[in-house]
Design a protein around this ligand. Structure first.
Ligand SMILES: [Fe+2]
Length: 424
């Protein structure tokens, strides 16, 4: 979900300008497979139209960089300051969030022109002396991380929209299908004790990753890879969705009220399970990590299998020394891939966000940033659950071991899966 903070030590302006170009260009490349009509649709309240994402990410730079940093800057359109502000869209009576899909004006072409206008001015500002002042470069860096969050949302929101179409249209054709893994589930033990978690202060981090602090852990073990579709199918076939004893109370009532009988995007046709992907519908691949689970389903599966979900501190201890690589957005697969054979922990980064058993709460000593950028920060630390590790839709330069993503426990439209834990 969206997070806002002023980061430490932004990169130098030249490096920032090339990073700015790269991030903004990638957003537009992610839009290219979509028609103007695709960019308009909104399939549910939590999802936004692609057009809105394109505009809102530009609104960020116009509001927090160009307006304060360029005294004579003329906004592209005065009303956009309100129209594409996520805060007003959440609470404002005139532009409620579920109505984002009703914004047929401005057109997609106008929104793309808005982006070009903002880009021209931000790059000019960066090239000038004014753009090199520390607070502005820090906010530009923040705006790029904000845009990377929206890149992932463009994909997950478009997937949800296309899945609602009976024709099950593909966002784009599959590039390649990774070889099936057949990797057995192993466990890796950790000693526990006092462990440091949270961001150390080097490089960019969101405020919610700080301050770094001690976490006391009992000895524990984690599965060396995420749970697969095949393993989750055994839970489905064992009538896991029909046994209230496996479910958290809220999870059971949610699953009943919404008629959940399998993960989101699973479909049974003539006795065969199919799965909707960004490359269209295809038979369920049993070796791929299970995906599009709510926290409730992940927790019920863990209970059924005699395990539990990891806490976020356990996950972070396991990921602390690991290289940030894997099936992230940069791989181009746009779908979770089977685990590869090998030793040690697998798929910590990429493939699927991993639900933890931790409520999204402030770390000890946490202080939200002040000022306009902090206006909706910290407000999300209620009734949400932490997910770790990034997914096949997360840009590689956006994720790290300390990164805390968070969603409500009933959210299923993100690339969310699970890894198992148990007490040692
Ligand atoms: Fe945002």
């Amino acid at each position: 979900m969206e997070q806002v903070v002023v980061p430490h030590a932004p990169p130098p302006p030249g490096e920032l300008a090339s990073r700015y170009r790269a991030v903004r260009t990638l957003t537009e490349r992610l839009r290219e497979p979509l028609s103007a009509e695709d960019c308009q649709g909104q399939s549910m309240e939590d999802a936004s139209p692609t057009k809105w994402h394109l505009a809102h990410t530009s609104w960020f730079f116009e509001t927090f960089v160009l307006a304060p940093g360029w005294p004579t800057y003329r906004p592209f359109h005065a009303e956009f300051r309100v129209l594409f502000n996520s805060y007003y869209q959440q609470v404002g009576p005139q532009h409620p969030r579920p109505h984002r899909g009703l914004l047929t004006r401005p057109s997609l072409d106008e929104v793309l022109a808005y982006r070009a206008h903002v880009d021209r001015h931000v790059l000019e500002l960066l090239a000038s002396g004014n753009g090199r002042r520390e607070p502005l470069t820090a906010v530009i860096e923040l705006g790029l991380h904000h845009e990377q969050q929206h890149q992932e949302l463009i994909l997950t929101d478009a997937k949800h929209l296309l899945a609602a179409n009976p024709l099950r249209p593909a966002y784009r054709e599959a590039t390649r299908t990774p070889r099936a893994g057949g990797v057995p589930l192993h466990w890796r033990s950790y000693a526990g004790g006092l462990s440091k978690i949270g961001h150390s202060g080097r490089g960019f981090a969101f405020d919610n990753e700080q301050p770094r602090h001690d976490a006391a852990l009992l000895p524990f073990a984690l599965s060396t890879r995420p749970v697969t579709n095949g393993e989750f199918l055994a839970f489905v076939e064992d009538r896991g969705y029909e046994q209230p004893a496996l479910w958290l109370s809220d999870g059971w009532s949610t699953a009943r009220a919404r008629d959940w009988a399998a993960p989101l995007y699973w479909e049974r046709r003539d006795g065969t399970w199919w799965q909707f992907t960004l490359a269209g519908s295809r038979p369920l691949a049993l070796d791929e990590p299970v995906c599009h689970l709510s926290f409730y389903e992940a927790d019920a599966y863990a209970t059924w299998s005699g395990a539990r979900l990891p806490t976020e501190a356990e996950w972070e201890v396991a990921a602390a020394g690991a290289r940030v690589s894997g099936n992230l957005l940069d791989s181009g697969l746009l779908h979770p891939a089977p685990a590869a054979h090998g030793n040690g922990m697998q798929q910590l980064f990429g493939d699927v966000w991993e639900w933890t058993r931790s409520a999204y709460a402030p770390y000890p000593g946490y202080r939200p940033p002040t000022g306009a950028l902090g206006e909706y920060n910290g407000k999300f630390m209620c009734n949400q659950i932490v997910l770790r590790g990034g997914s096949c839709a997360t840009p590689a330069s956006h994720i790290r071991a300390t990164y805390r993503n968070f969603f409500p426990p009933d959210a299923r439209w993100q690339f969310s899966g699970m890894r198992l834990a148990r007490n040692a």
